[in-house]
Design a protein. Structure first.
Length: 340
């Protein structure tokens, strides 16, 4: 079967350009792939064009807008997911217009489709007390409990993304002082994260118990399941949810978030560092953000930090001998006397 111009360009984009030239992570490629799987489904169901018949002639600004609307109405996706799909489409058409100059004008119109504004939500995180309650739950008298505690402590202390934790190998851990963990982030960018003494002690005990300090184990995953395979995202989420549920049952007076996910520990680490007065640049480097602008989002939600800053800058406008309201029923006279 003869390939269409759209099929050829999409295949080169996903199989060659993204991994070979952009060096993006497999998870990003998977996300972009899922975008176009949904787009092909939309074209077949709504536009009555089979995937093998789709050409750039049929992929117009109107069809992209209809696809985004279809996602929201038929698939009930959130605004964030809708914007993620649009970001993938924008990325593809920036590449496609260089490979197919004849679609330059239509590509520019597609690139002009704006992202939808969404309501800014608070960052879900755990307080220091809630984090301590979570770490209390694993039964450290058992081998599995000690493993789960080590996993959660590393996830928090290193501020790691869940995929970074999954990819962590024995050779990425340095126990000699200064103790560090080397994480491989987005775009295969590596960063060295210092770990605290207590975390180092927990990791060292875990590695010794599982014979990970022996020669020949350097390429083994640091954390593995009962089949000695690296954990999956659902596996790590399951562990967190299990102990989170126990923590809520043991501390019913504590107001916990409704649910937990691995990224919440990363958010918690960033906010705890911010509350401790750590420079935003250091937090950026620890989290592996490309720009400090990404890290600044935590400043917007650190309400306690805002309160302290406001209190420090609050001027003493009203003097201690300000007239009481009851002493003068004339509001104009009271206002006039207020700031004398």
């Amino acid at each position: 079967m003869k390939q269409t111009d759209f099929a050829k360009t999409l295949a080169r984009y996903l199989a060659d350009f993204l991994p070979g030239q952009r060096n993006v992570s497999p998870n990003t490629i998977k996300s972009y792939r899922d975008t176009f799987k949904q787009f092909l489904m939309f074209m077949q169901e709504e536009q009555r064009i089979r995937p093998e018949k789709i050409t750039f002639t049929s992929v117009t600004t109107r069809s992209i807008k209809d696809f985004l609307q279809w996602l929201e109405t038929s698939k009930n996706v959130s605004t964030s997911t809708r914007n993620q799909r649009l970001a993938a489409i924008h990325s593809f058409f920036r590449y496609a217009q260089t490979e197919n100059p004849e679609i330059l004008f239509e590509s520019q119109k597609i690139l002009g489709i704006p992202f939808k504004k969404k309501q800014q939500q608070t960052i879900p995180h755990l307080s220091m007390d809630q984090l301590a309650y979570l770490f209390e739950q694993p039964d450290t008298s058992t081998k599995r409990g000690r493993r789960d505690l080590a996993l959660m402590v590393v996830l928090y202390d290193a501020g790691a993304r869940v995929q970074e934790l999954i990819d962590l190998k024995v050779c990425d851990v340095r126990l000699a002082q200064p103790a560090i963990i080397t994480l491989k982030g987005k775009g295969n960018k590596k960063r060295n994260v210092p770990i605290m003494a207590k975390t180092r002690s927990i990791i060292e005990g875990y590695m010794a118990e599982n014979h990970l300090l022996e020669n020949g184990r350097q390429q083994s995953p640091l954390f593995h399941n009962s089949r000695y395979q690296p954990f999956t995202r659902p596996g790590i989420t399951y562990i967190l949810e299990k102990y989170f549920k126990k923590a809520k049952q043991c501390h019913v007076d504590e107001v916990f978030p409704d649910r937990i996910h691995p990224h919440m520990l990363r958010h918690s680490k960033a906010l705890h560092l911010l509350e401790s007065g750590v420079n935003l640049i250091y937090i950026r480097d620890l989290l592996g953000h490309v720009s400090v602008t990404t890290t600044e989002i935590y400043l917007k939600f650190d309400t306690e930090l805002k309160r302290k800053a406001l209190e420090a800058a609050y001027p003493q406008v009203v003097s201690k001998d300000a007239p009481a309201w009851e002493e003068n029923t004339d509001i104009l006279q009271w206002l006039q006397d207020l700031c004398r």
